[in-house]
Design a protein around this ligand. Structure first.
Ligand code: GLN
Length: 196
């Protein structure tokens, strides 16, 4: 049984993840400063604006402790801006934007259109032996444009040049372009918790 899951609470869709985790009976903690990482069993990195999350994390001295915790095996679930923040490389970073580099992927920000673009569609997501059909919200969503060795693709959507990668997993880091939490669907979180 999982004891405590943190949600990186610097900016963005923190409350939606907390609500889902609460609903699953998991103890939660907002993570804002390095000591908030102590004793966590998992960490969610929410959507929002990845360049702001990056700036705040660095100014709160959190970026290195986050990298260290992930390197030490802390399971991470990242959505949207969280995926961007976990990537090793960005096609189109904001000026000065840095990432944690937890996933050997390249990500293009805002790949599905402009600020206002948002849509929902059903996306099959591989979770262990299962495939979950998730009603996913894409909100200025990123795309994975390069997948390194050792990275498993867990979700795709049909794109102009074949399948576009919208979900990946490498080791204990799972990341999705979209928001499974927006609709209150707990299945992705439940499967992630089961994989600990
Ligand atoms: N476009 C945002 C970014 O660059 C991500 C959008 C989201 O998290 N919904 O961080």
């Amino acid at each position: 049984m999982v004891a405590t899951v943190g949600v990186l609470a610097l900016q963005g869709g923190v409350e939606e993840h907390l609500r889902i985790l609460d609903g699953l009976g998991v103890a939660t903690r907002r993570v804002r400063v390095p000591r908030d990482l102590d004793g966590l069993d998992g960490l969610v990195i929410p959507g929002g604006e990845s360049s702001v999350i990056d700036k705040l994390a660095r100014s709160f001295g959190l970026a290195e402790p986050l990298r260290d915790a992930a390197a030490a095996g802390l399971p991470v679930l990242a959505t949207c801006a969280g995926l961007i923040y976990c990537a090793r490389e960005l096609d189109n970073p904001a000026p000065g934007q840095q990432t944690l580099g937890l996933l050997d992927v390249t990500v293009r920000r805002n790949a599905f259109g402009n600020q206002r673009f948002s849509e929902e569609r059903t996306v099959p997501v591989t979770a262990g032996e299962e495939t979950l059909d998730i009603e996913a919200s894409f909100i200025r969503a990123p795309l994975v444009t390069r997948v390194g060795e050792g990275v498993e693709v867990i979700a795709t959507v049909p794109g102009e040049d074949g399948d576009a990668v919208v979900g990946v997993r490498q080791g204990r880091v799972t990341a999705l372009s979209f928001h499974p939490e927006e609709n209150g669907d707990a299945r992705v979180h439940a499967a992630w918790l089961d994989s600990f």
